[in-house]
Design a protein around this ligand. Structure first.
Ligand SMILES: Cc1cc2nc3c(=O)[nH]c(=O)nc-3n(C[C@H](O)[C@H](O)[C@H](O)COP(=O)(O)O)c2cc1C
Length: 360
């Protein structure tokens, strides 16, 4: 077993976090319900979906919903934009909605985002990126730290993550997260731990560095910590329908044995809880879409999950989708009880395409 020296807590400015495994921001995924579940299972930091500053400031209802904390503590809002005034104003609104930390997205590779010179396009414009940080820092009380999430660089020949991270810290960022892929990679190829290591070496030691990319299990978490020296690890796709990963990491970090994956009963119980939260916290036609996604996540990797996913996509309403999942789990539990067969089956593909609305 790989070992990493661990103190449980980590500080971002004046905000103290109770562990080193974080939930990554994912548009179309990390809504309040998802964040509450991940936090309950032990993620020490959970970040909102990206909120476009201009929409947010103009009062767009979807952006306001994305920025809500509703019981998540600490509440972290991720903002994206390229205009200092909008960014400052959005940060003020986020703080008013209870944000304890404001994170700035400088990693989104989506065409429409980089076309507007936001997201990962800022990695080509460090001076502008610094201006944005300063505007956000100035807009917030000193008790609310500003953090930045970015990529390895724009493309293979321009992997400037280390200099870029230092420039962001110079402008006032108090924590950096690096996803070890370049913008042109999107989600293809692999996240490069070497880039993350270079950033750790370059940053002042009091600034926490969060490594991100391709961690889906306990071994991957420990490997990334050891290979890069990063202070914490942010997990995105590996947490879909798998909040237990955070509980397992917490146990291992405390020097206790890995409790392993959950049983079918527990998976079903958390699925029910997740759908309850969607029904309580969301409104409108998107609710069915959200429920369909969580049906697929909680069955991921189990026997017959692909067939279930197709059926759920045809379900006319939430009650029908729920009933399909209840029936599916009942059959799996029975199969396991009577025949002693493992519920493990097809592995869901680890890509962003089915899992959210926009891979940032
Ligand atoms: C569906 C989806 C949506 C995402 N949305 C965001 C986002 O809003 N903000 C952001 O900084 N990164 C976003 N990301 C990137 C993730 O935060 C993370 O950097 C990336 O998925 C790599 O980590 P992973 O391999 O653990 O998934 C998104 C990724 C996915 C798959």
């Amino acid at each position: 077993m790989i070992q990493v020296a661990d103190r449980a807590s980590i500080s971002v400015g004046s905000v103290r976090l109770d562990g080193r495994a974080f939930l990554a921001p994912m548009s179309g995924v990390t809504d309040v319900g998802f964040r509450r579940i991940a936090r309950r299972f032990g993620a020490s930091l959970v970040v909102s979906e990206m909120v476009a500053c201009d929409d947010y400031v103009r009062g767009d209802a979807e952006s306001r919903l994305r920025a809500e904390g509703a019981g998540v503590d600490p509440h972290v809002v991720q903002i994206a934009g390229c205009d200092a005034r909008w960014m400052g104003e959005a940060a003020r609104l986020a703080e008013a909605s209870g944000a304890a930390i404001v994170d700035i997205n400088m990693g989104c590779p989506a065409k429409r985002v980089v076309a507007g010179e936001c997201g990962s396009a800022l990695m080509r414009e460090p001076a502008i990126a610094q201006e944005l940080i300063r505007a956000v820092v100035d807009a917030l009380p000193t008790t609310v730290p500003v953090t930045v999430k970015h990529r390895a660089g724009w493309n293979h020949d321009n992997r400037n993550a280390a200099e870029f991270a230092c420039a962001m810290v110079e402008a006032g960022a108090q924590m950096i997260t690096v996803h070890g892929r370049t913008r042109t990679q999107g989600f293809s190829g692999k996240s490069d731990p070497e880039v993350i290591r270079l950033v750790r070496d370059a940053l002042p030691s009091h600034i926490p560095l969060v490594g991100n990319g391709d961690v889906i299990d306990v071994e991957g978490y420990l490997r990334l910590r050891e290979q890069t020296g990063c202070d914490a690890v942010m997990i995105g796709r590996g947490a879909l329908g798998n909040p237990w990963l955070f509980a397992r990491l917490r146990e291992v970090a405390a020097g206790r044995p890995d409790p392993g994956p959950p049983g079918l009963d527990e998976r079903l119980a958390v699925f029910r809880r997740h759908v309850d939260l969607i029904e309580t916290l969301k409104q409108g036609p998107r609710m069915l879409h959200e429920v369909r996604k969580s049906c697929a996540w909680y069955a991921r990797g189990l026997y017959g999950c692909n067939a279930l996913r197709l059926r759920v996509w045809e379900a006319p309403d939430i009650a029908a989708a729920r009933a399909l999942v209840e029936d599916y789990f009942a059959q799996l539990i029975e199969r396991q009880r009577r025949l002693g067969l493992s519920p493990e089956g097809e592995r869901g593909e680890m890509d962003g395409s089915f899992s959210g609305d926009e891979a940032a």
